[in-house]
Ligand binder design. Structure first.
Ligand code: ADP
Length: 624
């Protein structure tokens, strides 16, 4: 017996002991796996005529032994496939699983992993999988009764495909597992969840029939078993728009993309123009656990006249909309299109352009008419759009800028740039922003106080990429982005500026002495009128902001050379200035310690760490 990988074990354990209310969805999962497997073999059958064309999924029951059997004549699995596909789950998600999932409920976890095949353990004591892969001589049997592990052995099997035999759990007070042995139950579940599967899902159904030869006026009936197709097999995207409800779209999405949660939005469209295609597009309500990692593969399912030719066609979706799931079916494509041709194919390019337009217009509509869901979308995938603005030296920024949202100090919620600009104060000529790790930390930046007091709205940039986005956008509707942490940021009136200059002149020697004490750590010491209650702040001159310095230094190959040119600004109206003057007049040596304390304080306020801990501690204790 082989054991499951640790994390698979945990998920399995979760499944087996799950109190998930929707246990019945296991059937949908198995049927859709079967359909995927047939899709793959059907594609091969286009070039290999030895493969038959009688594709189907068969369901049967063995009531006496409490077995439910689901069989397909799809591509099957080799011994290796069995090992890889059914021995491991969430392979790439190991880390994510450990780190991010502490404290989540069963349902959330199950939902997050969309653990298709394993969901059968919600209803099974034991699962046997008999399978023979296309092109192979040997068949194999995989068997498992749960967390203990699984076995794989050679077996006999006619034809390609996979047969899954589920031994149902014993009924309990809470759950009647034997329902899954009933014809009516199975057929209604198939109708509910798998109606659109494009291959016949067949089962022997008991029907009452008039006995042959029995008189019409006195008919006799008998129970006969007839093979019936339980699903309508019409792909949803081939139906008329009037026939497709939101509910249908949701069911289809969950079925097709193995998600347990409804999508935020389902889009149905028939496009005619430069290219003709039918499409169903979905915005998931949650980013997959690996969405922001290299492992994530974007793409939509690509069909040519109802035949699936590619599971994830990445060429059809730009990276920044990589979260979109869906299918595209076009008769303009050639069936034997290969990965290599795909990238240059004119039709594919035309569809990609058209799809992007469609997605953009739907997002725009959502932003205008369904703000709540748009914000949910942005919370999950906004980062993807931000990266899109920044990527490629901003080549797509104009297409994407209106999808951006940032947290507003004034509204205390997300706003778009257009909303910000509309609400700007008279005379305000720039978009103000402030950076930090969290909204709370940004809200307590010293530089922000005055701007807020004066009624300005400030955008809070909390993602590392935000400021890069602002830099690449440069402006929005002619309004430049200005950081409150830029040295030049000032809300001072001309009179205030004059007054400051005067004070700076009077304190020239003091400021020079502080600069001398701090040396290269800062570029300049300034008196400022930007602060209200805080004594100091750090700002940056030049192209690299303090926030950017943090981002650069958190990168794997950071050499610490990317540094902001820091300016220590001391409040001209704070009593700390009087203290400094006094110290400078009485004891020039001590001034160094005061300078150190001020500088390190300012670093802390900016979310930086203390530069020289020993120096800082000594300075404080000396002063005390
Ligand atoms: P998912 O379908 O989301 O990838 P599953 O756990 O349901 O996850 O299945 C894991 C893999 O096992 C599938 O990706 C597929 O390669 C393989 N598999 C499952 N069921 C079948 C089947 N009936 N025929 C062939 N391969 C299958």
């Amino acid at each position: 017996m082989k054991s499951f990988k640790t994390e698979s074990k945990r998920i399995l354990d979760l499944m087996i002991n799950s109190i998930y209310t929707n246990k019945e969805i296991f059937l949908r999962e198995l049927v859709s796996n079967a359909s995927d497997a047939i899709d793959k073999l059907k594609f091969i059958s286009l070039t290999d005529t030895s493969v038959g064309s009688d594709f189907k999924i068969s369901i049967s029951v063995d009531k006496e032994n409490r077995k439910l059997i689901i069989e397909d004549n799809g591509i099957g699995m080799t011994e290796k496939d069995l090992e890889k596909n059914l021995g491991t789950i969430a392979e790439s998600g190991t880390l994510a699983f450990k780190k991010e999932n502490a404290g989540k409920s069963d349902n959330e976890l199950i939902g997050q992993f969309g653990v298709g095949f394993y969901s059968a353990f919600m209803v099974a004591d034991k699962i046997e999988v008999f399978t023979k892969a296309y092109g192979e001589q040997n068949a194999f049997k995989w068997e498992s009764a749960g967390v203990e592990g699984y076995t794989i052995d050679p077996t006999e099997k006619d034809g390609y495909g996979t047969k899954i035999v589920i031994s149902l759990k014993a009924d309990t007070e809470d759950y009647k597992y034997s329902d899954f042995l009933e014809e009516y139950k199975i057929s209604s579940l198939i109708k509910q969840y798998s109606d659109y599967i494009r291959y016949p899902i067949q089962m022997l159904m008991t029907r009452s029939k008039k006995k042959e030869g029995s008189p019409d006026d006195k008919p006799e009936y008998e129970q006969v078993k007839e093979l019936e197709t339980l699903n309508s097999m019409v792909p949803l995207w081939k139906k008329q728009k009037s026939e497709v409800t939101d509910e249908n779209l949701k069911e289809f999405y969950k079925n097709e993309f193995h998600d347990f949660t409804d999508p935020l939005k389902g889009i149905y469209a028939k496009i005619e123009g430069a290219v003709t295609y039918d499409t169903l597009l979905f915005i998931p309500s949650r980013a997959p656990y690996d969405y922001y990692s290299k492992d994530y593969k974007k793409g939509v399912k690509l069909y040519c006249n109802g035949v699936m030719i590619m599971d994830k066609c990445e060429e059809l979706i730009p990276d920044y909309f990589g979260f979109i799931k869906g299918i595209v079916d076009s008769s303009d494509l050639s069936l034997n299109i290969s990965r290599e041709i795909l990238q240059q194919d004119r039709q594919v390019k035309a569809i990609a352009t058209s799809l992007e337009k469609k997605i953009s217009s739907e997002l725009k509509k959502m932003l205008e008419t369904d703000r709540e869901n748009y914000e949910k979308m942005f919370a999950e995938f906004g980062l993807s759009i931000k990266f899109g603005v920044y990527a490629g030296f901003g080549m797509n920024k104009d297409k994407l800028k209106d999808f951006l949202m940032f947290y507003s100090s004034k509204k205390e919620k997300l706003v778009t740039l257009s909303e910000y600009v509309k609400e700007m104060q008279d005379g305000q000529d720039a978009i103000y922003y402030a950076c930090g790790e969290s909204y709370e930390k940004i809200a307590s930046l010293p530089q922000i106080e005055k701007a807020k007091d004066k009624g300005y709205e400030i955008l809070y940039f909390k993602d590392g990429v935000d400021e890069f986005v602002a830099k690449i956008l440069m402006d929005y509707e002619g309004k430049k982005f200005v950081s409150v942490s830029e040295a030049d940021f000032s809300l001072a009136s001309d009179d205030e500026k004059k007054e400051l200059e005067k004070q700076a002149e009077e304190n020239k020697e003091l400021l020079t002495a502080i600069k001398d004490a701090l040396g290269e750590k800062v570029k300049e010491i300034k008196l400022t009128s930007k602060l209200v209650s805080y004594p100091v702040c750090l700002t940056a001159a030049g192209d690299i902001s303090i926030e950017m310095e943090k981002v650069f230094n958190s990168m794997p190959n950071a050499d610490g050379k990317m540094k902001a040119e820091k300016i220590l600004e001391i409040s001209a109206s704070h009593k700390v200035l009087d203290t400094l003057k006094k110290v400078y007049a009485e004891d020039k040596e001590s001034l160094k310690k005061y300078a150190t304390v001020l500088y390190e304080q300012a670093r802390l306020l900016e979310g930086l760490t203390i530069d020289d801990v020993t120096g800082f501690v000594n300075a404080i204790s000396d002063i005390m």
